[in-house]
Ligand binder design. Structure first.
Ligand code: ADP
Ligand code: TRP
Length: 299
């Protein structure tokens, strides 16, 4: 397959409510790159990956639809992208199987995500163990040149690269292209309200569709270090929605007044997120577009 434009591929699991770490760390870049017109983009709902942790059919259907609406709400133009559900395209799992036959267990045992899961002493499913191979298939199937994601996905893209190389070597072909991760350094790891990486599993998130009240609650809960002049965790979040030069003046002026700075952050976050939230609400009231998009995306 040769296409004029380089291919962009990315996916997100429909496993929980989106947070601003997902948005600033991954979705915003995906939308911007799609809108730039420089790529041939494929964005999908990674429902097979989600199946490792979410096994309620009704919830899967609901969250899949919500994720499609969320993508449209943050500005993804469904006319400019192939937006689809992973399980609608059997080639993902088929190629995953082929990769399984050339991949060794020790190699997969080195994955961070696997080691973390092991450390928690879980009885890990084969699907969780094999997660990187399905992701390699997701990416390599489309000849992806770039994969925009947050830092935590970097290793998975390395697995995809290794797998492409191994396949090409074993089968004496050049069929698979090596993808590059696209990770923006300033937002590679968006911190949560406790200063750690924002993640739905850490309970430190600011939901992407939070109401003003929820935003207030989350921001007021940001952990501040009482010894410093500048509340590090508040600032780290503030710089997502306002330029550092603008922030400099306010943080100087209100030095030590954490409450005022938090109130400013609430105001700025609310202003930034309000249009996204409004669009999402609008789509929730009429979600017929989701069916159209997914129907078109599967072909
Ligand atoms: P979570 O960590 O909350 O479970 P996911 O693993 O579903 O989030 O991540 C979906 C996408 O969002 C991935 O591309 C991931 O790299 C990105 N992402 C998630 N959290 C962050 C964060 N705190 N900073 C930057 N990117 C993030
Ligand atoms: N593993 C990714 C995450 O947790 C989701 C994902 C699945 C993905 N397949 C992909 C991302 C292919 C990019 C490309 O967020």
């Amino acid at each position: 397959m040769t296409h004029e434009k380089p291919v962009l591929v990315s996916g997100i699991k429909p496993t929980g409510d989106l947070h601003i770490g997902n948005y600033f760390g991954a979705m915003r870049q995906q939308v911007e790159l799609v809108q730039s017109g420089k790529y041939r983009p494929f964005i999908f709902v990674a429902d097979y990956h989600a199946l490792n942790s979410m096994q309620d059919a009704e919830e899967m259907r609901r969250r899949t639809r919500e994720l499609v609406m969320a993508y449209i709400a943050v500005g993804l133009d469904p006319e400019k992208v192939v937006l689809f559900k992973q399980s609608d395209v059997p080639a993902h799992t088929e190629l995953c199987w082929i990769f399984d036959t050339i991949t060794t267990m020790p190699y997969l045992q080195r994955a961070h995500a696997y080691k973390d899961a092991e450390a928690k002493n879980k009885e890990i499913s084969v699907g969780t163990f094999n997660y990187p191979m399905l992701m390699a298939a997701d990416i390599l199937l489309y000849d992806a040149a770039i994969v925009p994601v947050g830092q935590d996905q970097k290793q998975h893209i390395e697995y995809a690269r290794d797998t492409a190389e191994k396949f090409n070597r074993v089968f004496k072909t050049e069929i698979f292209k090596l993808p590059e991760p696209y990770i923006m350094p300033e937002v590679a790891v968006v911190p949560g309200t406790d200063g750690q990486k924002m993640s739905k599993s850490y309970g430190n998130v600011i939901p992407l569709f939070a109401s003003r009240e929820e935003l207030t609650k989350c921001v007021m809960g940001i952990v501040t270090d009482s010894s410093g002049e500048r509340p590090k965790n508040v600032y780290a979040m503030h710089r997502l929605v306002r330029s550092e030069s603008q922030l400099e003046a306010s943080y100087q002026e209100h030095q030590g007044s954490y409450k005022t700075l938090k109130e400013m952050l609430i105001e700025d976050l609310d202003r930034y997120l309000a249009p996204i939230r409004a669009k999402y609400e609008e789509l929730k009231n009429d979600s017929s577009i989701v069916d159209e998009v997914l129907e078109r995306g599967r072909h």
